[in-house]
Ligand binder design. Structure first.
Ligand SMILES: [Zn+2]
Length: 162
């Protein structure tokens, strides 16, 4: 029971497991909050997908900028970028991997600044949750493991040095 959709012209397959991340996010926030618990945990569940979407848009834009466009997104627990052409240059690999990271880091900074500027609950908490979600995605993306953006970037930076 997959859902087929598209974002900026890129086909996206949403698998049932995609709902897991939002539910988990919502549960974590429900456990960590007392006031406005229902509002904040519901917001957290939905906001998780906006953080995922920001990351994916970053990849779509950067992959087009380096002329090695993304072919699709396989959205399970997390949105995995699908590229059919693996014979691209190290700079193109780095470019298309770096877009997601750049988008998530930028979103984290902007949301954290907004959270500081907004004086009152629950808007402040909602912005803080959104910043934390984008921050978490940024951190995981930076990990130097294969398949993850960080791993792709490090591996291709090493290739460039040879
Ligand atoms: Zn990514």
């Amino acid at each position: 029971m997959n859902i087929e959709t598209s974002l900026l012209g890129v086909p996206i397959t949403i698998r049932p497991t995609a709902f897991g991340a939002g539910v988990l996010s919502s549960l974590v926030v429900a456990l960590l909050t007392r006031e406005h618990r229902v509002l904040l945990s519901t917001a957290a569940g939905m906001l998780w997908y906006s953080a995922d979407a920001a990351h994916v848009v970053g990849h779509i834009v950067s992959s087009q900028l380096v002329d090695a466009p993304m072919d699709g997104v396989d959205f399970g627990i997390y949105p995995m970028s699908v590229y059919l052409d693996h014979e691209v240059s190290p700079m193109q690999h780095i470019g298309r991997a770096a877009g997601g990271l750049t988008a998530s880091l930028s979103a984290t900074l902007v949301l954290a600044m907004l959270a500081r500027m907004v004086p009152s609950a629950p808007a402040k908490q909602i912005l803080t949750i959104a910043a934390a979600q984008n921050g978490l995605i940024s951190l995981v993306s930076l990990l130097p493991i294969p398949m993850v953006d960080g791993g792709v970037i490090y591996a291709n930076m090493r290739k460039l040095q040879h």
